[in-house]
Design a binder for this molecule. Structure first.
Ligand code: K7E
Ligand code: CUA
Length: 662
């Protein structure tokens, strides 16, 4: 069983020695790994709060989910790149524009990585960024509201995997293309002209320090390799960005073999301060592109989507001293910088060691022009000249590394299913624990920052197998929490996650709690169809559009009786929730609406479009249990034949029968 499992996942090029190493670290039974005091360490008593928020990517669900640590309790799924019926995201008229792209509305994407905003390299609790892999985009989530505030599409990119990693002061989030693709005017080329026509790009997305608003500051045109992951420098390496890349073979078919030929691929080091200088000096070329930029406006509770047409491209072949390559064994996945910014860890999936590069040595090698050659015109630094050292026999299939505040690194090993703790300076392995099973990413709270909060490491696993009750062919996705307080890592808890978890970050609860928004103030509601009080409720006909300006407050809608709608009309329910109390949303659903429902927060206005397809009387009701009389929160709308002369009327609390009209 175990044997066939490993055979299935084992990459082609793993050596016999590596295989032997693999045998020594098979996970043992779960029971033996959990200490008796584990339960008390994760128990958060009823009414008590968790210590950390854990923001976890939802992978192919396209969402971000939020858990408490150490309890593992799920608090919220934040819809980002996929529609979400629980929140109405992508269904309400106001939110649809968030999912617009240069190719139209896309209801589902794939989110892999989270980046929490930082100031001076430390979490500031303002925003969480996430990437859309398939149709390249970056989203910014506002951590006051836990809502997606902005999404920007990335042109000249395909498979936005190397994203969204962040600089020390959130100057930029980056987006590196996983797939190299034809760039520029000539798009329709034979695939086997890859080496000539395909290019990689990385984009630097500027983030406005006040508003958080994103813009594509510039893009670098790079060799046609596959960009995988990235990290910004920090401290002494602030001003640099490091990207891992594979397929330096530039294969365009059967990459599992053809992109595993060379012993070394690269970590690409980009001096982004230098790039900024070039942009300022007008050295970038303006290229025509097409991408969507979607912004959610808090005042109007509405998203707008704008198509933009230009991007500034920098070419390192013409602009020197900006890009260098460091050889890195072999097909590196993760690329992580330690809290001091001195060490850059490359995790070669097929490598037998973990190389750790020194930023100081890299600077010296650049100054001394200690190059072993060039790759597509970009200087390649000598491996030995930039290497701090290698972690020997770390495990099999290293993927990602996180750090604590005490000089230790924690690397995930997919093939040998374990987390390995090692000393960043001495490169000695000091501890290892099994994970169940096949860990991908891992997270130490604050692990990517200058100030790790430490305390736990969380494993995000790719395969769950026998950990939970079976649920048909697909099992729960899974995270595991370990304490890292002592010398030895200790497994404390398994908890299921939504979608496949890739990267995650954790932040102390008190950094977010104090800013959490409770309501939308009704006096600040600038929605063009807001109804700021029961007295202003109305129904207005504009040709074949019927606009219902409706309010909801415990426990009725105004109006709740509407007549005069005719077949062929399109009805817009603009529902304003007049509540000004925390945690009192109202819902809205009307029978037969094939665009689902609404969920409206206190003080907010949301719109549901309904095109009735038959005559009759249709009930509508509140879908969110809001009071003891929630079940009474309902109404009727009458739809008559196209030619009928039923006048448009609306009311609440009037029991008089309307005069029958002929
Ligand atoms: Cu899951 Cu970050 Cu897409 Cu590694 S990547 S596991
Ligand atoms: Cu309003 Cu239930």
């Amino acid at each position: 069983m175990k044997h066939t499992f490993f055979k299935r996942v084992l990459p082609f090029a793993v050596t016999a020695a590596a295989l032997a190493a693999m045998q020594s670290c098979k996970p043992k039974g779960a029971q033996s790994a959990v200490g008796g005091d584990a339960a008390s360490k994760v128990y958060v008593a009823p009414g008590k709060y968790d210590e950390f928020y854990n923001f976890v990517s939802g992978g192919f669900s396209g969402q971000m989910s939020v858990y408490g640590l150490p309890s593992g309790r799920l608090f919220r799924v934040i819809p980002v790149f996929s529609v979400d019926p629980e929140k109405g995201y992508g269904y309400s008229e106001e939110s649809k524009a968030m999912l617009n792209t240069s190719t139209g509305f896309i209801p589902w994407d794939d989110l892999h990585h989270i980046a929490l905003s930082t100031t001076d390299g430390s979490h500031d609790g303002r925003w969480a960024f996430g990437n859309a892999n398939n149709t390249p985009r970056i989203a910014r989530v506002d951590l006051k509201t836990f809502r997606t505030a902005e999404i920007i599409e990335i042109p000249n990119s395909a498979g936005n995997h190397s994203s969204p990693f962040i600089t020390e002061n959130t100057e930029y989030v980056v987006a590196g293309t996983r797939f190299s693709v034809p760039v520029g005017d000539k798009q329709d080329v034979p695939i086997n002209t890859y080496k000539d026509n395909f290019k990689g790009t990385v984009s630097f997305i500027g983030v406005d320090a006040g508003s958080g608003r994103m813009n594509i500051a510039f893009q670098l045109l790079l060799p046609g390799v596959n960009f995988d992951l990235a990290r910004a420098g920090k401290g002494k390496s602030h001003g640099w960005f490091f990207f891992s890349c594979y397929n330096s073979e530039k294969a365009n078919t059967l990459l599992e073999v053809n992109a595993s030929q060379k012993d070394k691929d690269f970590i690409i080091a980009i001096n982004w301060k230098k790039a900024e200088e070039y942009v300022k000096a007008g050295k970038g070329q303006k290229k025509a592109v097409k991408y969507a930029h979607n912004v959610y406006d808090e005042a109007t509770h509405s998203a707008t989507s704008t198509i933009e047409n230009e991007v500034i491209v920098l070419d390192p072949n013409e602009l020197p001293d900006m890009v260098y390559m460091m050889p890195c064994p072999k097909s590196p996945h993760g690329c992580d910088t330690d809290p001091t910014g001195e060490y850059i860890v490359g995790s070669g999936k097929l490598a037998a060691t973990i190389p750790v590069f020194s930023f100081t040595k890299m600077q010296e090698a650049i100054a001394a022009k200690n190059f072993e050659g060039e790759y597509d015109g970009i200087p390649v630094l000598k491996y030995d000249a930039v290497l701090h050292g290698e972690v020997k026999k770390p495990g099999l299939g290293p993927l990602h590394t996180e750090f604590d505040a005490n000089g230790f690194a924690y690397t995930s090993f997919f093939v040998s299913s374990e987390i390995v703790k090692w000393n960043v300076k001495t490169l000695e392995v000091v501890d290892r624990v099994p994970t169940y099973y096949s860990i991908g990413h891992l997270c130490v709270p604050g692990g990517p920052t200058k100030k790790p909060w430490g305390k736990y490491v969380i494993a995000y696993n790719k395969i769950t197998k026998d950990r939970y009750l079976p649920t048909g062919p697909e099992l729960a996705q899974s995270a595991q929490l370990y304490s890292i307080d002592g010398d030895k890592m200790k497994l404390l808890l398994d908890f299921p996650t939504i979608g496949e978890p890739h990267y995650a970050e954790a932040i102390p609860a008190d950094l977010l709690m104090k800013n959490s928004q409770k309501i939308y103030k009704i006096e600040e509601n600038k929605h063009p169809h807001a109804t700021l009080g029961d007295n202003n409720a109305k129904v207005v006909r504009k040709g074949n559009e019927v606009h219902v300006y409706m309010t909801s407050i415990r426990s009725h809608f105004t109006p709740d009786n509407i007549e005069g709608v005719k077949l062929g009309d399109v009805v817009y329910f603009h529902v304003t929730n007049l509540e000004q109390d925390w945690d009192i949303p109202h819902g809205f659903a009307v029978k037969g609406a094939n665009n689902a429902e609404l969920l409206i927060m206190p003080g907010e206005t949301q719109t549901l479009t309904w095109k009735p397809d038959r005559t009759g009387v249709f009930p509508f009701y509140c879908t969110d249990f809001c009071s003891a009389l929630h079940q009474e929160m309902q109404g009727y709308i009458r739809v008559s034949a196209a030619g009928a002369n039923v006048p448009l009327t609306f009311s609440t609390g009037k029991t008089e029968p309307a005069a029958e009209t002929k």
